[in-house]
Design a protein around this ligand. Structure first.
Ligand code: NDP
Length: 337
């Protein structure tokens, strides 16, 4: 049973020394337990936060502890009602080949789901985050302009496509020409600006001639800098993530602009609201699942997955994700399925 554990807390970006692979025995399921074989492991930006013991909304992984993560697994043996060998499940048992479970917080996906790994993406946590943050906090109206960065990732791509379904103008921000072309040509965004371009702010202003009504905040940094002056009166800003800052060890240098920012929020009457998806919106999951299943089925929402083989490759793949090396939802294929 291979497990990947947290070897040390990274200072700045995680390195090859941050996580290490160990071998343990495959456990045996006792009474009221089942043994799960991991097939897919989700990689997500929040994992950087769990490596750190800075105050957060969730406890950090202990040194030597198995890295946390969403997983899709198959039941090997079961002494639990409602779970049989061969069933596919969505669970949260982290970076390892096998795990024991008492069934808590495990969802049975059935014997042969069409796309089991999608439960980690469009049909799961990231899709739900996009749906709830945009609709429940952003509350966009037809004709308004929505801006979202990390535009080809599972959250941003979904935000933009829902925005189009709701009749909005959608402007994405992504790293590189290929991702931007995909956002416009495949996902139907009205424009997408490369944040690596030298004249990013200029291009961004041109793409938002009527200002911005909803800024779905995924990244912070220079994208946020470009957005604030473009916000319209009564704009809404769901604060979902700040991935450009997750590896930072200190606040960026420069003048203190806190009071300038508060002045903008005040004068433009901007609504800024942070959220943690399951804490704040867990009760709405069935509503999301119904909407998204219909949109995916109807081809209105597309989903891009980037599958990487081998649990041993997960640490490097997570380091790359935080640098924008992923193109679509990054998933590790752990098992043979
Ligand atoms: P992605 O798969 O989109 O991966 C992160 C992306 O962020 C990278 O691919 C990269 O895309 C972009 N990025 C990285 N560094 C920078 C930078 N310096 N400037 C601009 N963009 C950068 O991630 P997800 O879709 O899974 O998550 C998106 C956001 O949503 C994250 O901030 C995440 O933490 C947050 N989140 C929050 C939740 C909540 O409950 N609040 C739940 C789930 C996710 P590119 O190359 O295009 O720049």
């Amino acid at each position: 049973n291979r497990q990947i554990v947290l070897a040390e807390r990274p200072k700045g970006a995680p390195t090859a020394d941050t996580l290490k692979l160990i071998e343990t025995d495959v456990p045996t399921a006792g009474p009221n337990q089942m043994l799960l074989r991991t097939q897919y492991l989700s990689l997500d930006p929040y994992m950087r936060g769990r490596m750190s013991d800075a105050p957060s909304y969730a406890a950090p992984v202990e040194i030597g502890g198995v890295m946390v993560g969403g997983t899709v697994a198959q039941v090997v043996t079961s002494h639990l009602d409602g779970f049989e060998p061969g069933d596919w499940v969505l669970s949260f048992h982290g970076w390892q080949d096998y795990a024991l479970s008492d069934g808590t917080a495990v969802t049975n996906l059935g014997k042969s789901p069409a796309h089991p790994s999608w439960a980690l993406g469009i049909m799961g946590m990231p899709g739900f985050t996009a749906w709830a943050g945009l609709i429940k906090i952003g509350a966009p109206k037809a004709g308004e302009t929505i801006v979202v960065a990390a535009a080809t990732g599972p959250v941003g791509a979904t935000v933009g496509q829902i925005g189009k379904i709701l009749g909005c103008r959608v402007v994405g921000v992504a790293g590189g020409a290929e991702k931007c072309a995909y956002a416009v040509d495949e996902l139907g965004f009205d424009a997408c600006i490369d944040h690596k371009a030298d004249d990013f702010a200029e291009q961004f202003n041109k793409a938002t001639p009527d200002g911005i009504d909803v800024y779905f905040e995924n990244v912070g940094g220079k994208v946020l800098d470009a957005v604030i002056p473009q916000l319209n009166p009564n704009a809404r800003m769901p604060v979902c993530g700040l991935v450009s800052q997750y590896n930072a060890t200190e606040l960026p240098a420069g003048p203190d602009r806190m009071n300038w920012l508060m002045g903008q929020i005040l004068r433009k009457k901007v609504k800024v609201q942070g959220f943690i998806i399951f804490d704040d919106f867990g009760h709405l999951y069935p509503e999301f699942a119904k909407d998204m299943a219909a949109w995916v089925e109807g081809g209105q929402v597309k989903y891009r997955e980037e599958m990487i083989d081998g649990l041993e490759n997960a640490p490097e793949a997570l380091i790359g994700l935080l640098n924008g090396e992923n193109f679509g939802k990054r998933v590790i294929r752990v098992g043979s399925n």
